[in-house]
Design a protein around this ligand. Sequence first.
Ligand SMILES: *[C@@H]1O[C@H](CO)[C@@H](O)[C@H](O)[C@H]1NC(C)=O
Ligand SMILES: *[C@@H]1O[C@H](CO)[C@@H](O)[C@H](O)[C@H]1NC(C)=O
Ligand SMILES: *[C@@H]1O[C@H](CO)[C@@H](O)[C@H](O)[C@H]1NC(C)=O
Ligand SMILES: *[C@@H]1O[C@H](CO)[C@@H](O)[C@H](O)[C@H]1NC(C)=O
Ligand SMILES: *[C@@H]1O[C@H](CO)[C@@H](O)[C@H](O)[C@H]1NC(C)=O
Ligand SMILES: *[C@@H]1O[C@H](CO)[C@@H](O)[C@H](O)[C@H]1NC(C)=O
Length: 433
Amino acid sequence: MQGQVFFKYLILSGLFLDSKNIGLRYDRIIYKEYSLFFIINLHVDPYYLESSDPTSFCHRYSPNPILNIAGKFGILSTPCDTPYPLTNATFEFMRSNFKDIDFIIYTGDAVRHDRDKLFKRTEDQVLDGHRRVVEYIQQYFDLSKIKFMPSLGNNDEFAHNQLPKGPNDLFSNLSQIWAPLNLNLTTHFLNGGYYRQDIHSNKFSVLNLNSMYFYKKNKLLEDCNITDSAGALQLEWLERELKNARQEKRMVYISQHVPPMDDTNVELYSPSCFYSYVQLIGKYSDVICGHFTGHTDKDTLAFVTADKEKDKYSIFALNETHILSTIATNNVVLTLTNAPSVKPTHNPAIRLYEYSTTYRNFGVLKDYIQYFVNLTEANEIGEAIWRVEYIASRTYGMNSLGARDWAMVLKEFESPDSETWRSYVKHITVSGP
Ligand SMILES: *[C@@H]1O[C@H](CO)[C@@H](O)[C@H](O)[C@H]1NC(C)=O
Ligand SMILES: *[C@@H]1O[C@H](CO)[C@@H](O)[C@H](O)[C@H]1NC(C)=O
Ligand SMILES: *[C@@H]1O[C@H](CO)[C@@H](O)[C@H](O)[C@H]1NC(C)=O
Ligand SMILES: *[C@@H]1O[C@H](CO)[C@@H](O)[C@H](O)[C@H]1NC(C)=O
Ligand SMILES: *[C@@H]1O[C@H](CO)[C@@H](O)[C@H](O)[C@H]1NC(C)=O
Ligand SMILES: *[C@@H]1O[C@H](CO)[C@@H](O)[C@H](O)[C@H]1NC(C)=O
C-alpha cells in the first residue's frame, strides 16, 4: 500500500539484562517495516591473543605479566584490532534481533591494520580478511533477502592507504570475493572501485564510493583537477548518477569510508577533490537523503551549508569543542553522519536506521538507534552485551532526520549547557574514553 507506513513491534526485552549502567530500558521498540543498519570498521584480527601485551598490537605476550592486559573482547584506546569473540557476539546480536532488515551498509575496513612491524600483512592475508567478512555475512544473514554493501576502507588495500588507479588486481580480486553478495559490480567497479546498488526495485539507490580516490594520504592519487585522474572520473560518475536520480525523482544514500574532513575540520581529501566534492553534494542535496562514513571511529556530525548569494557550499564538522556560537547554523542543506566502529578504539558500536517507505519520501531517514557494548564490563563479566546507547528521536527530539530537522537540533546545540549538546559530546566516543 503506497502512502502508508507499516509498523511492527520488535521485542527486545531480555537483551538488557543488566540495565544498571545505561539509564535506559526499552522493553519494546516500535519501528517500521523497513529498516537498515550498518556496521563499520570491523577490523577483525584473527591473530589477536587474549591476555597479550597491547604494545605488541595484541599479537604477543610480554615476559612481564603486568603488561598482558588485552581483554577477551578487545581493549580500549590501544592500536589492537577486533578479536573473534567480539565479532561473533556482534553478528549473534544482529542475527537474533534484526531478521527483517533490508540491507547493511558497511563503510569499509574489513582487514586488520598493518601496524605490527614484526608481523607485516601479506597480500593473501588482505584477501583473506575480505573473504572472512563475506563468510560472516553468509553465515549470519540470508543474502537472498538482504543486500550487504561494502565500500573500501583505507586498510583494505595491499598497502596501507595506497590504491593505484584502476583497473587493478584488488578490484578484480574483490569482484570475485564479493560475488556471493550479488552486487552491481559493473565496469565502474573494475575501473574505479565504486558502484550503485538499487534497493526495492529501483525506488532508491545507494552510491558506494571509493574514498581512496579522494583521500589525501593515497600517494598514488592525483588531485581531482587533473583530467582523467581517478578522483576526477569518480566525481564525473557521481554527478551523472545524482543528475539521473534527480530526473527520476529517486533518492540516494552515499556511503564511503573516509569523510571529506575529520571532526577537527582537517580536510582528508586532496584540495581539489575536497572542494569539488563539497560543491557537488551541496548542489544535489535535494536527492541525497543519507551520507554515511566511518574511518575516524567517532560518532560525529558534519553539515553542508549553502551560501545562496555566491552559489557556493561550505562544510563544518562538530567535535567536543563548542564552536557553534561563531558559526551560522542557517542554510543547512545536508547532514553527514560519521558512525562509530565495532573495532574498540572506543566502545564497540553498530547503528540501526529506520527509513520511510511512503511513496513521496521513499528512503528519507526517520530515526536511528545507536547500540554499544560496554567493553570494560564485557571483559569483566566475560560476556559482550549489546545495549541501546541512545535513540536519535528521543535524545534530539527529532521526528525525522532531514536537513531541516537537524538544523533545529543545531539551534539547540548553540547553547553549551543544553542537554542535547551534552548528549552529543558524550556520544562522540561512545559513552566511554
Ligand atoms: C566465532 O565464530 C566462528 C564461526 O562460527 C567459529 O568458528 C569460532 O570458533 C567462533 N570463535 C569464537 C572465539 O567464538
Ligand atoms: C588477484 O588478481 C590477479 C590479477 O587479476 C590474479 O592474477 C590473482 O590470481 C588474483 N588473486 C586471487 C586470490 O584471486
Ligand atoms: C548498476 O549500476 C549502473 C551504473 O551505475 C546503473 O545504471 C544500474 O541502474 C545499476 N543497477 C542496479 C540494479 O543497481
Ligand atoms: C574541534 O575542532 C576545532 C576546529 O573546528 C579545533 O580547533 C579543536 O581543537 C577541536 N577540538 C577537539 C577536542 O578536537
Ligand atoms: C589543482 O589544485 C591544486 C590545489 O588547489 C593547485 O595547487 C594546482 O595548481 C591545481 N592544478 C591544476 C592543474 O589546475
Ligand atoms: C561500563 O562499565 C564499567 C564497569 O562495569 C562502569 O564503571 C561504567 O560506568 C560503564 N559505562 C557505561 C557507559 O555504562
